[in-house]
Design a protein around this ligand. Structure first.
Ligand code: HEM
Length: 133
């Protein structure tokens, strides 16, 4: 995984602002309509906090000493939201689909691999932390 490539790609995607989070949840609920009821009726705040969390995670992607505690805390919170390990791969699929969409012609097999690996590590840490509630 190449942290600089991942950061560069995210910086470019993030110029699309809230459209990114909107696209992500639309994609997630289209593929998995049963996930909609986990979330509040109004998604405005959720879109905002998701984007902020992604910014934070990407900024710390090469700083595991700070990334891990942040992600553990997030994982524990998700245990309380009714999120289980089974949800994580589907969310990863929609996240990668969203990044691919906003990257346009800049998307590459390398980026697909970077994001898959980074998401896999974050998901593992979140799931493990939730199990330790
Ligand atoms: C990299 C993975 C993820 C990130 C960065 C992320 C980010 C966040 C953040 C920042 C919050 C707000 C936390 C708070 O209010 O304390 C949140 C809430 C939530 N997330 Fe995630 N999340 C991730 C994975 C997932 C997965 C796999 C699911 C399963 C569908 C999920 C469903 C939810 C739900 C249901 C809430 C609570 C909504 C509410 O009632 O306000 N998240 N997420």
């Amino acid at each position: 995984m190449d942290p600089q490539r991942l950061k560069g790609n995210f910086a470019q995607v993030a110029t699309h602002g809230m459209d990114v989070a909107e696209f992500f949840y639309a994609d997630l609920f289209q593929r998995n309509p049963q996930y909609r009821s986990l979330f509040p009726a109004s998604m405005a705040r959720q879109q905002q906090v998701l984007l902020e969390a992604l910014v934070q995670i990407v900024s710390l992607v090469d700083d595991p000493e700070r990334l891990v505690p942040y992600v553990q805390e997030l994982g524990r919170a998700h245990g309380g939201f009714g999120v289980t390990a089974q949800h994580y791969p589907e969310v990863g699929t929609s996240l990668v689909a969203t990044l691919r969409y906003f990257s346009g012609d800049d998307w590459s097999a390398e980026l697909e691999k970077d994001w898959g690996e980074a998401y896999g590590v974050v998901a593992d840490v979140m799931v493990n932390a939730a199990g330790q509630n």
